[in-house]
Structure formats: C-alpha cells, structure tokens
Design a protein. Sequence first.
Length: 524
Amino acid sequence: MENSPTTLGSKGLINKHEFLRVIIQCLYSLGYKKSASCLEIESGVRYKSIEFDLLESQILSGDWDDCIDTLNKIKDVKDDTRSSVLFLVFKQCFLEYLNRGDDSLALSVLQKRVPTLHMSNETVHKLAYNILALKEMELGKLDEDVISELRKRLVMELGKQLPPPIVLPERRLEHLVETSVTAQIDSCIYHNSQDAVLLYEDHCCGRDQIPTETVQILTEHSNEVWFIQFSNNGEYLASSSSDCTAIIWKVMDNDKLTMKHVLRSHQNPVSFVAWSPDDTKLLTCGNLEVLKLWDVETGTCKHTFGDHGFTVSSCAWFPDSKRIVCGSSDPEKGICMWDCDGNEMKAWRGMRMPKVLDLAVTSDGENLISIFSDKEIRILNLRTNAEQVIFEEHSITSLSVSIDSKFFIVNLNSQEIHLRDVAGKWAKPLKYTGHKQNKYVIRSCFGGINSMFIASGSENTQVYIWNRQSSTPIEVLSGHSMTVNSVSWNPKRPLMLASASDDHTIRIWGPSQSNKIQPAETST
C-alpha cells in the first residue's frame, strides 16, 4: 500500500483515495454492506470522514457540548453553513432538555447558544414557540426510541448540509457516471434513441439512428405539395397541395403509408393544415381560401369558418381541441379565436394590426406566437397578457414550435434558420445554415428524441438535417427533383421523416439499410 500510486487513470486526474471513497459509498447505498466494509478494511479508506464519524457518535449519544465543539473546529466550512447546522443541533438540544423537564438548560440554549449564530429574532422566537407548543401535548412523553430516531434524523440532516470532503454528496458515483453518459449523449450528433446507454464502451450512434434513405414515395397529389404534418399520435400524415386538395394518410404498422381520405372542398390551393391535439379533427386553409374543419375518421367537412372574403394564412389549436385560432394576411381581419362551431370567442384586430404570416400556440396553451409583416415575432402570454416582441433583420417565412413548448424556429429568406427560447431568456438565437432559401416559403420542423434535431426543405431539391447543437447540417438528403417546401418528423416514430415538394410527391424517409431496394413510386 505504501508504494501504490495516489492517482489513477491514464492522465493521473483521479485521486485514488477519493475514488475508493465514492465506490465504498456506492456499495453502502446499494445495500452491499459486507462488501463495503471489506473494501474499507482492505484499502484503509473510510467512507465517513473522521470529523463526521465523531459528530455522528456525539449526536447519537447526546453529547451536545462536544458535538458543538467539534462543529466549531471543522475547517473550510462557510459561516452560514456552520450557523445552519449548529442551529439544528441547538434545536435538538433544546427539545431534549424540555422533554426531560430541564427548563433552565433549555432556556440557556435560547439565551446563550442560539444568539451566537446571529439568527433573526423572528427565527429564534418561532423555534421557541413551536417547541413550547409541542410541550403541552407531547414533550415529557417522548421515550428513548423516539429520541433516538430524532437524533438519527439530525445526523442525516447534517450529512446533507456539510460540504465535501467532510460528507460525500448522496450517490456521488452514480452522479459522476450519469454526468459522463449525458456528456457522451450530448456529443453524439446522431443520438436518437430512448434505449439505455451501455457503460461497457464509449457511446456513439451511427447514421442508422436517423432517417436518411427514401423508403416510400407518395404520388397521389396532381400538383405541387406545399405542406405536410404528422398527427400528434404519429398515426397519420396530412398533406396539402396547390391541386386544391388535402390528403390524410394512414401510417401502417410496417411504417408504410396508405391513403385514408382525399379532402375535396377547397376551390383554391391549400397551403396549411393543423391537427387537433386529440387527432380527431384537421384544419385546412390557403392564402386565397377560407378555413375548413374536417372529421379525421370520416373525412367529412364539419365547418367552414368565415366567408369568401376571409383569407387565412395559418391556424392552430388550443390544447383542449375545442378552440382554434387563425391569422389572416388581411390586416383588417387580424387574429381570431373560434370554437369548433364557428362562434368567435376573441379577436385581435385593429388599425395597427399588421398582416399575419404564421402563428402557433404552444402545446401547454400558455403562449400565442405570431409572425407579423415579414420580420416581427410576437409572443403573447395568454394567461398574463405579457408580450415579447422580437425583430429579425430578414423576412420570416415560417414558424415551428418544439413539442415541449420551450423553443421555436423560424425560417428566413437569408438562408438561415433561427432557434429561440419561448421564455425570452436568450439574448441571441442559435443559427443554422446550409440550405437554400431566397424567394419561396420553406418550412422546417423539430424532430427526433427530445426534439434534438431540426429538418428543413430547400430550394435546391434537398432535405437538410441538423443536430440542434451544431450550426452545420449533419445530413443532406437527395431524391426530390424540385423545391422541397415542407418537412415533418413523426413525433412517435423518431426514424420517420416526410418531405413535400414542388415535384408533386411526398417522400417518406427512414434509416439507412444495407442492400436496400430502390423504392417504387406508390399511388394508393
């Protein structure tokens, strides 16, 4: 033992004594007391420090004067921490003196001991009041077992407050390993799985963890496909097209999609769809068209909102699936909230209301995020009516919100995507580049486990995927022959991505597979 190294690891960064101590602590916490005790004896390293071992012994035996003396002698403890733990000791001491009827000693603790901690008079009075109130009911009746249990609780409380190395934080080894695993996950650009990470080797995912290969091509639309969105339960995909139709597709168990309904009622191109949170209803709208509500199961139109003079740019649902909100490109129409029967519940309009390009309601129902007049983002807290206003230097074409309601992204015609936090704590956005966008509306989305990826269409016929922590794409997917207008990542199937293009098709992307067969075009 004398010649053994004091540090471990190839870089000598791990203190051997500390390392053994956290292992011993872990064995004790897992219930392997014999193994922990054997390791203590064999290594000569104790899990508990000498100071804390002494404190525990003094507290359990009720040796309060020596306990207080030990606490005062411990070095490298901040004054406020020392005062806090001494106060807990005085409190126990005070209670025990009263319990055995020694009021004079109890009073001495209040008059002489507690004031040395420089606690507020209110704290001291509250302590005296609470314990004296107990005296009327219980003190004097507390037996040795109860006192012993209170002393054990005091030891545990001191263990939580005293700093290392006097006391080790609880489950220290588990925390260190979990921190290491988290760091490996965070640095893994392809990580897209809920599976537990193996401890036997360093973690690193491959490209097969994200969708990069075309597995199906949907050709039912007869013109440009402008927008797509998976349902919240991941079981359906809705698409809208300049052919004046929207289509609901069913996601089968084998990850293939089949057509469920063609929605034919619009007289003009359909540019936007929105699923109700319960996935039983679908909204469709277009820049030159009214808003329509559809029943997903039957494919029937349940209601048409507004009249032919009411042009809708975008729409969104509230979490209850009973209220909707829509924005108009006509400044006089503003933003309207309706119930599903078409009754207007609220409206934001007026002389100063600019045209609404896009909007969204966060999934928690707290915030309404709107894009106004090309470059302005407004975040309205619907509970407090507090409003944030953010200005971009370049025109915004689309908006998308993360599932957890914490973040949103906007596409700009400057060929950038900006990620911002809904709470407005970030001074600057995170920026993503690489795709091409100059003159068309291109839509991006969050995707993957914990929305850790961003995907976007592009004017150069490709689909781009970023890990949120990197500004440059990790994948560029080829297959479409014209501009890719919209993408949607299945929220329940993290290996499924859809893209919609001016080439009249929707491509379904899945993980890379060896010896894959070139997908055939399907029209169902």
